[in-house]
Design a binder for this molecule. Structure first.
Ligand code: NAP
Length: 291
């Protein structure tokens, strides 16, 4: 019989990401017991009924007791308070990790709560998700063939880093390491900016007087472009504030490009418009191998 990789996993925030990780690790046999914790007992009871956790604790200190890995999977705005609440109770042997969509803010939260960066802390971010939330939306295959970014620091214990890398690999994910700042800049461009655009576009149209008429004629392209505007507002509120420096930089660069396009349209200047569309089509076709 092979040894269980993580005898006891504590998941704080058993939602889409925390629940999916628990399901995937249970299915692969990588985890012994999963203990859930969070804010709302109804949600934890649901997680128990669904078999996502083996038991739950509403008190965070009790939840982390005896854990080998503690995964924090709550919205970014709540991570600092969670770190504060578990700091005194975290077992010496426990490896602490998170799934927050911005890494600089989570690392600052950890330093504030623990007084230093604990060597057993391995910051992480799975590049996987859906626009749905909550434990009912979780599924074991979510991370298969998806990337998980870890942003270990100089202080990070190599054994802790290795355990979290192996944990994510057991879900079928490809694990890559990245610097914290680079992570936050890349994700601002590829994930956070598109969410801002989708929310802003839907909101602009939804506030127009003839919105019923507009939405009646919205076709597949509109649906594709705006799917992510159905994502959880609180989660995205937290992300855009947590990663605001990198997000503001990419928003400024995008706004300048949009202003240039607007100007070319006003002047009916075909060449820059066509060149922009051709460049963008080539880039997207290359990305998704459509050529
Ligand atoms: P989710 O489905 O809404 O789950 C969040 C969980 O956290 C819920 O179980 C919620 O349960 C709990 N929670 C919320 N506020 C809390 C608080 N103040 N204290 C304790 N527990 C709290 O969200 P998710 O999509 O899994 O996202 C979780 C984290 O993963 C976020 O940091 C997000 O940035 C990151 N992430 C998300 C995606 C994505 O696409 N969804 C992808 C990668 C990373 P209760 O309400 O019952 O407490």
């Amino acid at each position: 019989m092979t040894e269980v990789m993580i005898p006891r996993l504590c998941v704080i925030g058993v939602g889409l990401i925390g629940g999916s990780l628990a399901r995937a690790l249970k299915r692969s046999g990588a985890v012994g017991e999963v203990v859930g914790s969070g804010r709302c007992e109804n949600n934890l009871r649901k997680a128990l009924e669904l078999g996502v956790v083996d038991r739950y604790e509403t008190r965070l200190a009790a939840a982390v007791t005896g854990a080998d890995v503690v995964l924090v999977a709550v919205p970014l705005g709540a991570i600092g308070a969670i770190f504060q609440s578990i700091a005194a109770a975290l077992p010496d042997q426990a490896v602490l990790t998170d799934v927050g969509s911005s890494k600089g803010s989570v690392i600052a939260d950890a330093i504030q709560a623990f007084g230093h960066l604990p060597p057993s802390f391995v910051p992480g971010h799975p590049i996987a998700g859906t626009e749905r939330s909550g434990v009912e939306a979780s599924f074991a295959e979510l991370f298969q063939k998806r990337r998980v970014i870890l942003t270990p620091l100089l202080e990070t214990d190599p054994a802790a880093h290795n355990l979290i890398r192996t944990m994510w690999q057991a879900t079928g994910a490809e694990v890559v390491d990245m610097g914290v700042r680079h992570h936050d800049e890349v994700l601002a461009a590829t994930s956070h900016l598109p969410h801002m655009l989708a929310y802003a576009l839907v909101d602009t149209l939804a506030r127009m007087d003839d919105r019923a008429e507009i939405f009646r004629y919205a076709a597949g392209g509109f649906r594709d472009f705006t799917r992510i505007a159905s994502s959880d507002p609180q989660m995205w509120h937290d992300i855009c504030l947590a990663n605001r420096e990198a997000l503001l930089a990419v928003l400024a660069s995008f706004s300048a490009d949009l202003a240039r396009l607007s100007d070319a349209i006003r002047r009916a200047d075909s060449q820059p418009i066509l060149e922009l569309f051709q460049r963008a089509k080539r880039a997207r076709d290359n990305l998704y191998h459509l050529e």
